[in-house]
Design a protein around this ligand. Structure first.
Ligand code: DGL
Length: 292
């Protein structure tokens, strides 16, 4: 039997739309409910505890919409809150770190991988661990052996990229100057693969690409996340029949602002009908305590 319930997707703001876009492309028959917590963004400079609390509230909001799956379309929330969310949710939860890490180890030829992310993601060390685990999987399977034996990782926090993305300044001189400054050490490290380990960063991909040059492969984990979502829907017998596809959008800040910034990226008249909601009313202390 088809499962026509929507997929719930959240991020601290518009960054998760880079994941939503790939989900829509890979699974056009699936309905979606998107929540961007723009009112409380950025998450990347918040504490571990606050990121968990916000993520639980974001998930609670989506669960009220009878979603069949939660996609944490945010690396910061994935690194800090995935375990808590997966343990608290009654539906499958998909995170974005491991799919991105897997794409990176498959892409590199010289084993030098850059990870750019929010401060909270970098300091958690979760992304680097994920890349090392995925590299070990390849070594065990005898794939991309030379690169994996020479694996070297550099991490760089690029917090201003999130503000630039939220502002819509994706491809101008301010974005370029900022990128040049952040990416200098990453370039000097000689990476051939750069993971955009924050879902806001693919919005700045042109600028980042200009700075890194054509020989560096940029990894947008959204594509790999969409295939994980597809696989999990099939495994759980949850695919829709595509008969009535709906796209709902919610933000915790101004709906017009959200739509104006997001429209050039999503296209096709989306997002539309965005509604403003507050999610801090959800009391998630029970789940937080269960985790402690
Ligand atoms: N888009 C989010 C991420 O992938 C977080 C950006 C932020 O709010 O700092 O990490």
């Amino acid at each position: 039997m088809a499962d026509n319930r929507p997929i719930g997707i959240f991020d601290s703001g518009i960054g998760g739309l880079t994941v939503l876009r790939e989900i829509m492309a890979a699974l056009p028959g699936e309905s979606t409910v998107y929540f961007g917590d723009n009112g409380r963004a950025p998450y990347g400079n918040k504490s571990h505890r606050t990121i968990i609390q916000y993520s639980l509230q974001d998930m609670s909001f989506l669960l009220e919409h009878d979603v069949k799956m939660i996609v944490i379309a945010c690396n910061t929330a994935s690194t800090h809150a995935y375990k808590t969310l997966a343990a608290s949710s009654k539906v499958p939860v998909v995170e974005v770190v491991y799919p991105g890490a897997e794409a990176a180890v498959n892409a590199t030829r010289n084993g030098r991988i850059g990870i750019i992310a929010t401060g909270a993601t970098v300091s958690s060390g979760v992304y680097e661990t994920a890349v090392r685990q995925k590299a070990q999987d390849l070594i065990n399977a005898g794939i991309n052996r030379d690169a994996m034996d020479n694996l070297s990782i550099i991490q760089q926090a690029c917090p201003l990229f999130v503000s630039l993305a939220e502002e819509g300044w994706w491809d101008d001189e301010i974005a370029l100057l900022t990128a040049e400054r952040y990416l200098k050490p990453v370039k000097e490290f000689g990476v051939d693969t750069l993971v955009l380990a924050c879902t806001h960063y693919p919005l700045l991909a042109r600028t980042i690409g200009k700075v890194m040059g054509p020989d560096v492969k940029l990894i947008n984990s959204g594509i790999s996340v969409a295939s994980v979502v597809k696989r999990k829907l099939i495994e759980n017998n949850m695919t829709s029949d595509g008969s009535s596809v709906t796209r709902e959008f919610y933000t915790s800040d101004d709906a017009d602002m959200f739509e104006n910034v997001a429209a050039p990226f999503l296209g096709r008249g989306l997002p539309s009908g965005t509604r403003t909601v507050t999610v801090d009313r959800y009391d998630v202390s029970k789940w937080e305590e269960a985790r402690a």
